[in-house]
Design a protein around this ligand. Structure first.
Ligand SMILES: Cc1ncc(COP(=O)(O)O)c(C=O)c1O
Length: 361
């Protein structure tokens, strides 16, 4: 079997060119005589890799000089705790969370271990998280230390298409599943975090972009949990996830070769529009999300007849279309179509879905 179209929600498909490059450089990284995996993180070659990754990320995302870029460990999940630990200045200070799904819920649960004063500023729980609350629905506390959003909800398939106005209160965004899928204005955020394993690279490295004035609010944190200390040490307080950062750097090179983030947005829009249109056109399929909140990265859909789910997955697999099973809290299917999913993969899925509906409808 050759390569399949992998619709996994994460770790997810990587650009083939990146994997080929990594393969070619596996045993001898550019004349160093060793693999990146075998290199000291303090070596000249490696320092060039990590600095190059940061430089390219800053260019591609337009990250201003007053923001630090950190390559950390512990996944986006550790950020659920590091955000409140670093940004709250008192144990009883308020933080606002917008509840749009499972990951937002988990972020909130961890924050509640740091302060008892976590508030839900808005929620779409009552409609099974099928939409993103609108600006006018947000009930923000003027005294909050920060407002937390999940910019793309990987499980429920919804995405923000506006940046909440928080009236000057730092906006914190978990962008794990839509970072670099479209241009954003970084200055609208106080802090952005993302596990790399969807749009940026392999698992093992977590990206944090944090505005400098938010550093050092709390002395006495463990150094590995303190953004200020991590920033002062250029993400090298201890051994960083060297190989994951190297692959992330290759992915960023690939993004630049595609024409940058705006070019990727064009492709992502086309892919998502075609797939949603195919779902909406057929009575056989249903998409549970509200049209204006539909994610361009994670597309959940159900079959009208649940009894066909296993047959759908088995036949799809035979056609080289894999990891389409939906999350148990939504059911049905989910096609994750991140940056590295080629348009041809989405077209193959649509063709399969149409043929399947014709056979079983
Ligand atoms: C939106 C979102 N946040 C957080 C996480 C958790 O990330 P990690 O596994 O890197 O801790 C995920 C994982 O899928 C996610 O989709």
């Amino acid at each position: 079997m050759g390569r399949v179209y992998n619709f996994s929600a994460g770790p997810a498909v990587l650009p083939e060119a990146v994997l080929e490059r990594a393969r070619d450089e596996m045993l001898d990284y550019r004349g160093s005589g060793m693999s990146v995996m075998e290199m000291s993180h303090r070596s000249k070659d490696y320092l060039a890799i990590i600095a190059g990754a940061e430089r390219r990320l800053r260019e591609l995302m337009g990250i201003p000089a007053n923001y630090k870029v950190l390559f950390l460990q512990g996944g986006a999940t550790l950020q659920f705790s590091m955000v409140p630990m670093n940004l709250l200045t008192r144990p009883d200070q308020v933080a606002d969370y917008i509840l749009t799904g499972q990951w937002a819920k988990k972020a909130m649960a961890e924050a509640r271990k740091v302060t008892s004063n976590i508030r839900v500023a808005a929620s779409s729980a009552e409609v099974n998280f099928s939409r993103i609350p609108r600006q006018e629905e947000l009930q923000l506390s003027p005294e909050a230390a920060y407002v937390h959003i999940t910019s793309n909800n990987t499980i429920f398939g919804t995405e923000y298409f506006y940046v909440p106005d928080t009236n000057g209160i730092p906006l914190v965004a978990d962008m794990s599943s839509n970072i670099m899928s479209r241009p954003i204005d970084v200055t609208r955020y106080g802090l952005i975090y993302a596990g790399a394993q969807k749009n940026l690279g392999p698992s093992g490295v977590t990206l944090v972009i944090v505005r400098e004035d938010l550093l050092g609010r709390n002395a006495g944190l463990h150094s590995m949990l303190d953004y200020r200390v991590l920033a002062e040490n250029d993400s090298m307080l201890n051994t960083p996830p060297t190989y994951a950062i190297y692959i992330l750097g290759l992915v960023l090179e690939w993004v630049a070769e595609q024409g940058g983030v705006a070019a990727l947005e064009g492709v992502n829009k086309r892919k998502a529009e075609r797939l949603y249109a195919a779902i909406d056109a057929a009575d056989f399929y249903n998409c549970p999300t509200e049209v204006t909140s539909r994610s361009r990265m994670n597309v959940p859909f159900t079959l009208k007849n649940d009894a066909l789910n296993d047959i759908f997955l088995a036949e799809a697999k035979k056609a080289g279309l894999v990891t389409l099973k939906g999350h148990r809290s939504v059911g049905g299917m989910r096609a994750s179509i991140y940056n590295a999913m080629p348009e041809a993969g989405v077209d193959a899925l649509i063709a399969f879905m149409q043929a399947f509906a014709a056979r079983h409808g």
